[in-house]
Design a protein around this ligand. Structure first.
Ligand code: KIV
Ligand code: NA
Length: 265
């Protein structure tokens, strides 16, 4: 695959081939992840936390996310780039969702957008699909609703709650979503949803049976020094690498070991 398109995710699901997504917020990581074979890059509203330092994802604006998305698009040649609609930019109405998505596509050049919600977002997803905008839905734990959901907690525990997740998954599929993120749902529930719906599922804290997986890169590669969720596996220690580099630089400048003869004209 030279350029990942939304239909490839469905092809991979049908072939039983797992695919990957990482969040990405700038051109350097976009190039690295793209070359490493990451299939889809999500410019997540998690930028609120990991780029802008807000305590939750709620404060981040469309104007803050679009420049990041534009940079990621410039850095990606193979990966499908998806822009995440931030809190308050689409929940109001289908027309609001459409207008915000058009901005992401025209100003940043993303190939698809993502929004949070299941049954209640059907009008928005239908409107976008009708307008030719590929939509990835996001159900289970949805961080933009953390205050309504009563904090960060696993969703879909218990019979009724599991039914609710399945209803959301069917609803977004029928509305025209090309994929759905399942966040923090029990493995067996994610497995059932993945088997029952035709659109690819992308799990985060949802076990290994979903069609794809997504992680926030700062969590996966150790740039966040704070608490990371239990579902994250740490694949690298970027914070230590950067800290060691910065300390060595400071020491070298103080001792005049840098710049040396090699670095001097
Ligand atoms: O904003 C984000 O990073 C996300 C992923 C965790 C799915 O929505
Ligand atoms: Na998000």
């Amino acid at each position: 695959v030279k350029k990942v398109r939304t239909h490839h995710l469905r092809d991979w699901k049908q072939a039983g081939e797992k695919f990957t997504m990482l969040t990405t917020y700038d051109v350097a990581t976009a190039r690295i992840f793209d070359e490493a074979g990451v299939d889809t890059l999500l410019v997540g509203d998690s930028a609120a936390n990991v780029v802008y330092g807000y305590p939750t994802s709620l404060p981040v604006s469309v104007d803050e996310l679009i420049p990041l998305a534009r940079a990621v698009v410039r850095g990606a040649s193979r990966a499908l780039v998806i822009g995440d609609l931030p809190f308050g930019s689409y929940q109001g109405s289908p027309e609001q969702a459409y207008a915000t998505s058009v901005r992401f596509m025209k100003e940043a050049g993303v190939a698809a957008i993502k929004l949070e919600g299941g049954v209640e977002m059907v009008p928005q997803i239908e409107r976008l699909a009708r307008g030719g905008i590929p939509v990835c839905a996001h159900i289970g734990f949805t961080p933009q609703s953390e205050h309504a959901l009563g904090g960060y907690r696993v969703q879909g525990r218990g019979e009724d709650a599991a039914e609710h997740i399945l209803r959301d998954a069917y609803a977004v599929q029928e509305a025209g979503a090309f994929a759905v993120v399942l966040e923090m749902v029990p493995g067996p529930v994610a497995t059932e949803v993945t088997r029952k719906v035709e659109i690819p599922t992308i799990g985060i804290g949802a076990g290994n049976q979903t069609d794809g997986q997504v992680l926030v890169w700062q969590d996966a590669f150790g740039l966040n020094q704070g608490r990371v969720p239990r579902f994250v596996k740490k694949y690298a220690d970027v914070a230590t690498a950067l800290s060691d580099g910065a300390r060595a630089y400071v020491a070298d400048v103080k001792s005049q070991a840098f710049p040396g003869a090699d670095h001097t004209f």
